[in-house]
Unconditional design. Sequence first.
Length: 181
Amino acid sequence: MAQNSTIYKVELSVSDMDRHYYEVHKLTVAKHPSETDERLMVRLLAFALNAGEHLELTKGLSTDDEPDIWQKSLSGELELWVALGLPSEKVVRQSCGKAGKVVVYTYGGRTAELWWDKIKGGTTRFDNLQVMNLPEATTRDLAEMASRSMKLQVNIQDGDVMVSAEDRIAYVTPVKWKEAS
């Protein structure tokens, strides 16, 4: 019998001084049985970094043909595709063909660096692709904040991110490996 997802209730308060976006999102997040706390928190961080009125969490690990987060226009076009981890070059290529902008958030330290060294040559033709790396130490700090009911405050200024939950704070500085044009 397959395990069920674990439900997390998240109140995500985003203060993005870079984009002048200030909003509170009440999210119900299904954590897949194979998903780690680190990946769950990276998913929430990616949501905060791209937060907008029409941004949505998807089924994520439960489906192969959807990103972890997406934003669709009112007419149904896929405007933003957000993927986490280390997608194959084929998945990156297909994503870039489906969406106006694709953002990949990598994490995992040396493994992510090896992935990028292997894939970066094949990504130069994708003007709509942005690749961001999240340092391993900070994603581990984020994982320690995970709980079934969370109130997260995310402050973004000059590309630096501060995530706080109760008495814990994590500072994240995403590293741009590839910029979308």
